[in-house]
Design a protein around this ligand. Structure first.
Ligand code: SOE
Length: 387
């Protein structure tokens, strides 16, 4: 079987997660790493025996032996790098958000289609086995018609005004932070699981810290919590720490969600609850192997992940036997495995989130920001494709 050669752009939190997950996919070789810092790129590359390490990503794009690239850089670099990679004939797997504006997202979707290249946006959280189980239960009619969808994505790593990361800065992360960074994961999951689409919404965003103390040296994602008192620069911030959104899905369902990066004690809690006319399901990313199932006329249940008890479609996302937990890192493996399988395949609908799904989230994001500005309800355009 041909060995696919891939490159990782970015050496931070996500670059490392992607690199480790790539190495778990058969027939794929991590051939090159790009980093803004030569030292960081060398450290990561040497540790994982990656042959090419460079601070010039175009050097990698010029290499005909490289088939695909993973873009794991700050958000503002997604568009130029993805565009250059597609133009160089590489398949692209991009971290979310796909871009920092609708126009950029639209251009990338059109370019990937024109070039006939595989494209993926990393809404990996869909691929927890119990999330797939919720989707399969809904498809089997176990929930009945969906009435209410609610939840939160809450973190605490940006609670203090001394907490800093590139995501805080508009120039690196784009105009939205909390909703783009984690709210987009929640909405992707809500649409993926329910099969419904958000049609309109009303959003309220809040920046609790209009200024933050920026450390003089760059800080890795989540590593801010390890810093002691240092020299900081008081820096204005206009990206949001929190957002609350009420929305309408399909013709009948209603929902609400909050996203927060300032909720003490919540480390990375995506929780989603779906209430249907027959039964309900609820799932929490901090307890990923458990799925709550609620009944009106019977006892409620907690399912523990066990492939033999999952619906057949969900089973393909659980690699380990019951009692052997599968978590965040495994969701990347599930995405990458399907992405790389699709590179060799000439037909079939790819079974992973594509650039159109990234653009879908940019449309929801755009509606949230317009709604917040105008203090009113905003319609969300219909999706490019039904996934
Ligand atoms: C930071 O908020 C972050 O790393 C996100 O960027 C990821 O997408 C999410 O999975 C975890 O939190």
């Amino acid at each position: 079987m041909k060995q696919i050669k891939t490159a990782i752009f970015g050496t931070g939190f996500m670059g490392r997660v992607h690199l480790e997950a790539v190495r778990r996919v058969e027939s794929v070789e991590a051939a090159a790493i790009w980093g803004r810092s030569a030292d960081a790129a060398r450290r990561l590359g040497t540790g994982f025996s990656v042959p090419t390490v460079t601070t010039d990503y175009r050097e990698i794009l010029r290499d005909p032996a490289v088939d695909a690239v993973h873009i794991c850089t700050p958000n503002a670099q997604h568009f130029p790098m993805a565009k250059d990679a597609l133009n160089a004939g590489k398949h692209v797997l991009c971290e979310k958000p796909l871009a920092t504006s609708l126009e950029e997202g639209e251009e990338l979707v059109a370019l990937a289609a024109k070039q006939g290249l595989r494209n993926c946006v990393c809404h990996n959280l869909r691929y927890y086995p119990m999330v797939q189980q919720m989707r399969s239960m809904r498809e089997a009619g176990d929930l009945g018609d969906i009435l209410v969808v609610q939840g939160t994505y809450s973190q605490d790593w940006l609670l203090y005004d001394t907490d800093w990361n590139w995501r805080v800065e508009t120039k690196a992360g784009g105009p939205s932070r909390c909703m783009a960074d984690i709210g987009s994961h929640w909405f992707d999951m809500a649409e993926h699981v329910t099969g419904l689409r958000v049609q309109s919404l009303c959003a309220d965003l809040q920046t609790f810290h209009p200024t933050r103390k920026q450390p003089k040296h760059s800080v890795e994602t989540f590593a801010n919590k390890l810093l002691g008192p240092e020299d900081y620069i008081e820096t204005p911030v206009d990206t949001e720490d929190f957002g609350a959104v009420i929305f309408r899905m399909g013709t009948r369902a209603r929902g609400c969600v909050t996203a927060s990066q300032v909720s003490a004690g919540r480390k990375n809690r995506l929780s989603i609850e779906i209430y249907g006319t027959r039964s309900s399901v609820a799932w929490d990313q901090e307890r990923p192997d458990e799925l709550w199932s609620g009944h009106r006329d019977d006892g409620n249940q907690i399912f523990i992940k066990d492939p033999s008890l999952l619906k057949p479609a969900a089973r393909g996302f659980a690699d380990l036997p019951g009692g052997h937990s599968e978590g965040y890192d495994d969701t990347f493996k599930q995405v990458f495995r399907r992405f790389y399988a699709s590179i060799g395949a000439s037909s079939g609908t790819p079974e992973y989130p594509q650039f159109t799904d990234g653009l879908r989230q940019l449309r929801i994001l755009d509606a949230e920001m317009r709604s917040h500005r105008t203090r009113g309800w905003v319609d969300v355009p219909a999706p490019e494709r039904i996934k």
